[in-house]
Design a protein around this ligand. Structure first.
Ligand code: SAH
Length: 314
């Protein structure tokens, strides 16, 4: 009977260890399942983040879109291609970009001014690629239209560099050569371009004088030396603020110069590192900066020159 007992004990031990192995195995499987599904959801979120307002729908699309640069031989051809690619969506952006000749805003004599790529303009700055200007304008225009009832809109372009985007915003706000704006007579206002490099302020002015001098003489567009981190408090609040250089953190002082219902389009991220273009909207007023008063929308991955800190207090 001793032998029976030993055999029975052995069988119990065997059953117990099988049970333990089973428990361990199911635990491991459920853990692995959790990890995989978590990774999957992160991947899905990133995919959504990379998607750009319906332009980049899927990863495959995103790759095709990025590879598809909208080079043109003329301003019109460049704008046509941006429209075909779905980057320019609205007639008003089409018109305002078509009416500002990019050849006047690059280094002279112009070389490949209608290529869909950034170009050096000296002082460590670049005129952004046309598709980035189109993206920014498309984001901004809906907010301008929503606030169009205001007698005069104010827009701030931080790091105006070449002046190209500032002039486009000027056309968007004042009409001028901008066909659809002239017809609708909706958007009116002023654009303030600020730049910390005096030489680039002069470059912007010279460029705008070539064919868009009416914007300057009518006071629709003004350029001045200024620090983007500090903005332009005397002209605030702004319905839209465009920042043309990558901030290493969200600039609170600048965000506080947004009007309620206003929008900021800004690249954020370290110099040379992972940067994202954000759309920041101000939801409500407040004397003190509070993150909760804003919404943050990550639009797409980008590469910009840094928004320079001019002194240690900024
Ligand atoms: N939208 C411009 C972009 C120029 S590149 C264009 O397409 O032409 C970015 C610009 O930001 C540079 O001209 C740079 O001199 C400027 N910049 C960088 N740091 C700045 C700061 N703290 N204040 C104002 N401008 C700044």
């Amino acid at each position: 009977s001793d032998t029976t007992l030993v055999i029975r004990d052995a069988m119990v031990a065997k059953k117990l260890s099988i049970f333990l192995i089973f428990v361990l195995l199911s635990f491991t499987i459920s853990k692995a399942y959790n990890i995989v599904s978590e990774r999957l959801s992160v991947w899905k979120t990133n995919l959504r983040r990379n998607s750009y307002s319906g332009v980049y729908q899927t990863r495959k699309d995103a790759l095709t879109m990025r590879a598809w640069t909208c080079h043109g031989r003329t301003q019109r051809e460049m704008v046509d291609k941006l429209q075909q690619a779905g980057i320019i969506k609205s007639q008003s952006i089409r018109d305002c970009m078509a009416s500002v000749d990019r050849a006047n805003y690059v280094v002279k004599p112009p070389s490949g001014p209608y290529n869909d790529s950034p170009q050096g303009i000296g002082y460590g700055a670049t005129i952004s690629a046309p598709h980035m200007h189109a993206h920014a304008l498309e984001e901004i225009v809906t907010y301008l239209q929503a606030s169009a009832k205001k007698s005069e809109l104010s827009v701030l372009d931080v790091g105006c560099g070449s002046g190209y985007l500032t002039a486009c915003l000027g056309r968007l706000l004042n009409g001028g050569d901008c066909e659809s704006n002239r017809q609708q007579q909706t958007l009116r206002g002023k654009v303030y371009g600020i730049e910390y490099m005096k030489e680039l302020v002069d470059f912007s002015i010279e460029n705008t004088k070539i064919a868009d001098i009416d914007l300057l003489s009518q006071g629709v567009v003004t350029y001045q030396v200024g620090d983007g981190w500090k903005g332009l408090p005397e002209k605030a609040p702004f319905t839209a603020i465009h920042v043309g250089a990558a901030a290493d953190s969200f600039p609170q002082e600048l965000m506080m110069q947004l009007d309620v219902g206003g929008v900021m389009v800004i690249p954020v991220g370290p110099d040379g590192g992972v940067q994202n273009l954000y759309k920041v909207e101000r939801l409500r007023n407040g004397d003190q900066f509070q993150k909760e008063d804003f919404t943050f929308d990550n639009l797409l991955g980008v590469r910009y020159v840094p928004l320079v800190h001019l002194n240690q207090n900024t």
